[in-house]
Design a protein around this ligand. Sequence first.
Ligand SMILES: [Zn+2]
Ligand SMILES: [Zn+2]
Length: 136
Amino acid sequence: MVGTGTTTRREAIMAYDPCDCHAQRFRGKSVYAYPAEISLGQRTGGRVRLCPSGAASFCDWASKHLDEISDGVATTTHEQPVCGLCGELGPTEPVSRLYLTLYPDHKTRHDYSGWACARCATQARSAMLLTFSLAT
Ligand SMILES: [Zn+2]
Ligand SMILES: [Zn+2]
């Protein structure tokens, strides 16, 4: 006795695998993001798979807290590193360098980079799903 009779056509058009942002199956195209962090000389990062709404909030977060890079040049420049979350960064504080690459429509590439201070690094990691990409 196998319970396959409950599968509906509605489920069949949904993505087979859950998104990494909500851990739920979703409708529509997935977006891949490549978050990375360099902290104390250690680089961590990976690939995450986003549903359309997760990708939208990811882009939103990135444009608020990170600098967009176009042709290898940051669109906004800071004379000194500034935490993208709280706006502060002491000169001797350990700092996380954040990088993010997004392919919102599978063709155009969007690159972001920024910094996070020690207090905000955890929040930045969870917003960028770095904790997730490490686990896989
Ligand atoms: Zn999602
Ligand atoms: Zn901060």
